[in-house]
Design a protein around this ligand. Sequence first.
Ligand code: AMP
Ligand code: ZN
Length: 129
Amino acid sequence: MKTCAFCNINKKRIIAEDDNFFVVKDIYPVTDLHTLIITKKHIQSFFDLDIKKQKLCIDVVNDQRKKLLLDDSTITGFNVGINIGKDAGQTVEHCHIHIIPRRKGDMNNPKGGVRGVIPGKQNYEMLDL
Ligand code: AMP
Ligand code: ZN
């Protein structure tokens, strides 16, 4: 079995945890303070969690959002995302949620946000429909 980056994470990287999840800063951050919420159990994706655990996971997202806003007053928005499956870009097959802090002016035209997962489709007003 391929070794899992999150099952083998250096415990020193963990900045918060509870019974079900731990939180680390992404090692290759998209923006400063890019944060990952990761299940303690090796579960493939968010949709493999039962509804109770999904809700608990969202509680951690909310807690981390609050913490990020307290820690960094330059944050003016967030992209929260989950890549599910290789075809959607998932590289570590162990359930995790990305919280990517955004700041005014961090890119030229942020319009459309997560639509940018397909290059060229981010800003729908620019599409020839
Ligand atoms: P995904 O492509 O959605 O599976 O995201 C995997 C994320 O994990 C990427 O953003 C990586 O930069 C990040 N990553 C990989 N290994 C580590 C690690 N050891 N510690 C923290 N983040 C990691
Ligand atoms: Zn794992």
